[in-house]
Design a binder for this molecule. Sequence first.
Ligand code: RRO
Length: 304
Amino acid sequence: MDCLQTRVTKVDFRNPILLASGIWGESGESLARAYAGGAGGVVSKSIGSEPRNGYPNPTIEKLEGWGLLNAMGLPNPGIVSYGEEVRFALSKGVRVIGSVFGGTPEEFAELSRSMEQLGVAAVELNLSCPHAKGYGSEIGADPALLAEVVAAVKAAVHIPVWAKLTPNTQDPAGLAEAAETAGADAISAINTLRAMAIDPVTMRPVLSHISGGLSGPAIKPIGLAFVWRAFERIHIPIVGIGGISRAEDVFEYVLAGASLVEVGTAVADRGAMLFQDLANGLDTLLRERGFTSVSEAVGAAHRK
Ligand code: RRO
């Protein structure tokens, strides 16, 4: 399947379909399982400086027909312990992207440096978790703060820096431009949409944190529009995320301007073999439409 091999931000991927951060990222073994299932690469769980428990249960709820609502609260073992998991995945030949979150540019830079030392291929900055005090979109929805973080990380590491952006903003393309201007090598779009659910029986919000982030099929058109608009405004690669569960979804993101995609919610549902199905399906779609490589198809919908 040569058609699927691709090089993005100077990293080679055997196919453009990666495991999204937040799904199966808690152990090196589950990262390796996603890779063995056919993923082109895997993005780790978002890791901070110190261990963090996350919010009390309930933290996740399936919304039938819409997707998944979550407010996990950035649970993670901290960068020191998590190093073991990254090392394990790397020892199995997995292409790993390290996701990190911090409260300041310095913290992002320090965590990114640790990820680089572990040997990851690139770092993805979580500037977009929709519900964490002092983290995520509280930083990343402000173009100036976002730029400070990206610039600090760029000054600290040699590996490519991907900025994961929030859709919970009035000016998505403005965030993409701020990331590019600050030196990001790619943007990842999108993280989850701020959302909530109420149980009509208990008459209370379903999540302990009240509001959370929505992922899954409902957000695909929103992710696609973000990628489309960003493609018209920036020149760095775009990693498309949001509601991908079929090869046609991957193809749409590529046509809109994504050089890579990440898949999360559908993997939780359908397991690791989904990656091989998506890769085979994308290969067929590309060939049927006369493309000889993924990169040839990137942004093709803008040219028609
Ligand atoms: O941990 C979470 O609750 C979480 C994170 Br870090 C994120 O980036 N996006 C999301 O929906 N949940």
